[in-house]
Design a protein around this ligand. Structure first.
Ligand SMILES: Nc1ccn([C@@H]2O[C@H](COP(=O)(O)OP(=O)(O)OP(=O)(O)O)[C@@H](O)[C@H]2O)c(=O)n1
Ligand SMILES: C[C@](O)(CO)[C@H](O)COP(=O)(O)O
Length: 381
């Protein structure tokens, strides 16, 4: 199979009866977002995933509109997991990748490493699926009593995502009748050999209500934190105001710049690009490009926040220090915080704007311009 990435089917049409709680488990809140959002995000942010199909219950179609991470395709599932998988395979039939991963929405803690471990063997074998060897002793039992023991050698606990060649698994499903625990069972019935790759204890399937607490702990412990800093300087020139963090402040000079010269907003924008390791403002909005002449710097800040969102990251907090002798920043700091919070779509409580003089030293001390430094923390899964 060519190394061109694979498609993913996420089956989410079950009703989660064993988990209880009224709302189907995939739509219940887990670590700040619905379960389905975590699962989608894990696949969407993996570099080798091409298209994603989300197989849903028709009753959930309104809920899907609220998802921040959208799949490429939706399909309506069936009465069994296997029927839902078939609907997902059909949805891909117009332009399928050579390989496909099939995953339970109820496994939201799936890691990029596990997804890669399943994709890699698919390039030169027919199918691969993750599993963990059974390590506990196995008993049989009845009416609360142990009735026997069972050898555990060669027994595995199967997980998803399970990876296949698209055409082979579609063909296998089309001939399969009866119940199937998973797609490996369907594949094996069609004679497809499946390689076992190491599973991950954290890749639990939320089945019962108590599994939510464990998934919460796993996601909480896995928080991704990225830090970035920004620094920028703009010289004073003719004018009667400066614009800082989107707030117009009367002053006996303006700031010189290609855009609106909002030195503070540029600094915060650069701190976000820095946290993402995605260059700087000059790279994304070259000063040589006439379209940015006089531009509102909110455009730059929003661009950086959107890039972060594409990486599954949100603003944890921002701290911005403006360095100048004048104008006085204090009376405007709250308005500046509110302005940037609104542009970034975050709570004002995570945006700090403060100021200092440089004790009349250096270029800021001589009143030649304004300097600014900022730190940004991005967080996400
Ligand atoms: N008709 C079905 C049944 C199950 N699934 C999906 O298959 C996965 C594994 O199923 P399970 O954990 O059993 O989920 P539910 O069927 O929702 O749970 P329950 O059996 O407790 O009702 C889940 O992602 C579920 O949404 C599906 O897409 N269509
Ligand atoms: C596919 C699966 O996740 C493999 O472990 C599992 O079989 C699906 O869950 P269910 O409880 O059997 O529906």
């Amino acid at each position: 199979m060519k190394r061109q990435g694979v498609d993913a089917i996420i089956v989410a049409a079950g009703r989660g009866l064993r988990a209880g709680g009224g709302t189907p488990k995939q739509w219940r809140e887990l670590h700040g977002a619905p379960v389905v959002e975590h699962t989608l995000r894990a696949f969407r942010t993996h570099p080798d995933i091409k298209k994603i199909v989300l197989v849903i219950h028709p009753e959930d179609s309104e809920r899907c509109k609220t998802l921040q991470t959208q799949p490429d395709l939706f399909a309506n599932g069936g009465a069994s997991r296997a029927a839902s998988v078939r609907a997902g395979l059909d949805a891909l039939s117009d332009n399928p990748a050579q390989g496909v991963l099939i995953h339970d929405v109820a496994r939201p803690c799936v890691s990029h490493k596990l997804i890669s471990n399943v994709i890699e063997p698919l390039y030169d074998s027919a199918a691969a699926a993750p599993a963990l060897p059974v390590t506990d002793a196995l008993w049989t039992g009845m009416d609360g009593h142990v009735t026997g023991t069972h050898p555990r050698d060669g027994l595995f606990r199967a997980q998803t995502p399970q990876g296949f060649r698209y055409r082979a698994i579609r063909e296998a499903h089309s001939h399969y009748n009866g119940p199937a625990a998973d797609d490996v069972e369907v594949a094996r019935a069609a004679g497809i050999e499946v390689s076992v790759v190491p599973g991950d204890e954290d890749n639990l399937k939320i089945t019962h209500a108590s599994d939510f607490a464990r998934a919460e702990r796993i996601l909480g412990g896995r928080m991704k934190i990225r830090l970035g800093n920004g620094f920028d300087v703009h010289a004073f020139g003719p004018g009667d105001h400066v614009t800082l963090c989107g707030v117009k402040i009367p002053h006996d000079h303006g700031l010189v710049g290609h855009s609106d010269a909002d030195v503070a907003m540029h600094t915060v924008t650069d701190a976000i690009y820095g946290a993402l390791a995605m260059g700087d403002i000059g790279q994304h909005f070259p000063p040589s490009d006439p379209q940015w002449k006089g531009a509102d710097s909110a455009v730059f800040l929003r661009h950086a926040v959107d890039l972060a969102a594409q990486e599954g990251l949100t603003i944890g907090n921002i701290d911005c220090t403006i360095i100048c002798e004048a104008p006085k920043i204090g009376p405007h700091a709250q308005a500046m915080r509110e302005s940037m919070a609104q542009i970034m779509g975050v709570d004002v409580g995570v945006v700090s704007v403060k100021a200092t003089t440089s004790e009349k030293l250096g270029f800021t001390g001589r009143g030649e311009g304004i300097a600014c430094m900022a730190t940004c923390m991005l967080e996400g899964k």
